[in-house]
Design a protein around this ligand. Structure first.
Ligand SMILES: [Mg+2]
Length: 315
């Protein structure tokens, strides 16, 4: 006797009990919306007062790490993949298909420092950048906790036209050498939590011939964690194996969802004697470039996961 295939499968998979006829299968859109709401609900239940990235200086490395990893241990169960279902985060993300490993570079306080709060005089800057943007500069300032107490505090940036802003920047020692050198080994892109207009102006200055930076990701590509901080989730690149992608950043929070893909560099403001990019370069070429899985190498050197596990155990 011929078996009734449909009945057989229904029995095996118990299909009817998963999707009873009366109940509709949720569409992908409904599912994404539900996931996003769940991400927001979970993150809104967590209160974190993030450590400012300016505290990530060499003398403060252990304290910075302990505090930020304590925060990240609080959010270890948050499903960041849910946040990626917000289509906006994936807007403009390139489809990467490189043979080489991918090196993502943060911009602010990693490669340059932009003096939005005008702590320094104009003649100290390495370069003054102009860019056109509406309202976004205000966001930029808010994000950097700069208060406009009166009109005199408001920069450089209102000099010409409401939409044209200027800001003085300091360039980290060795940036040009660094970019040229890493390009021999990696596919290099910028992943910044800053707005596009400002970031593009800085990148055009750093890479005027458009040869060193292969792609750019901006604030809209980051996950905003309940307005506490931004996370750069590397799963936005659908077709890239996480074992071959690394992010150099001065904020530990950027690595929240893939802690071992991150290389933490000290925050740069305007220290002319800073040599951190040369140190990073050596690490990248010597250890990351030949690695089978960059996450294993990072963990061996920095033990971020191990420290976080220890923090969780001690609670
Ligand atoms: Mg930064």
């Amino acid at each position: 006797m011929k078996p009734n295939i449909k009945k057989l499968f229904q029995k095996t998979l118990n299909i009817e009990s998963i999707y009873p006829e009366s109940k509709e299968i949720p569409s992908q859109n409904d599912l994404s919306r539900a996931h996003l709401e769940e991400f927001k609900r979970q993150s809104s239940n967590i209160v974190i007062f993030p450590v400012e990235a300016k505290d990530n200086i060499a003398e403060n490395y252990s304290q910075y790490l302990a505090k930020t990893l304590t925060h990240l241990s609080q959010i270890k169960d948050i499903n960041f993949e849910y946040a990626l279902e917000d289509g906006k985060i994936k807007e403009g993300v390139p489809n990467l298909s490189f043979d080489k490993k991918i090196l993502l570079l943060d911009l602010d306080e990693t490669l340059i420092h932009a003096d939005f709060d005008e702590e320094f005089s104009k003649d100290e800057y390495d370069k003054i950048i102009k860019f056109k943007a509406k309202n976004e500069v205000e966001d930029e300032k808010r994000e950097k906790n700069i208060e406009d107490s009166d009109s005199t505090s408001c920069c450089l940036s209102e000099a010409e036209d409401d939409d044209i802003h200027t800001v003085g920047i300091f360039v980290r020692n060795g940036v040009k050498d660094f970019l040229e050198e890493v390009n021999k080994y990696f596919e290099v892109g910028i992943f910044t939590a800053s707005v596009k207009e400002y970031a593009d102006a800085v990148i055009s200055f750093l890479d005027p011939e458009n040869k060193l930076i292969k792609f750019r990701l901006y604030r809209n590509n980051c996950i905003n964690f309940n307005d506490w901080f931004t996370v750069k989730d590397l799963r936005i690149f659908n077709n890239v194996d996480l074992k071959k992608i690394v992010l150099l950043d001065n904020s530990m929070y950027s690595f929240a969802s893939q802690i071992n893909n991150g290389i933490l560099i000290n925050t740069f403001i305007n220290d002319k004697s800073d040599n951190e990019l040369y140190n990073a370069l050596e690490y990248l070429i010597k250890y990351i470039y030949p690695a089978e899985d960059i996450r294993d190498v990072n963990e061996r050197f920095f033990s971020f996961q191990q420290i976080m596990n220890d923090i969780i155990k001690c609670k």
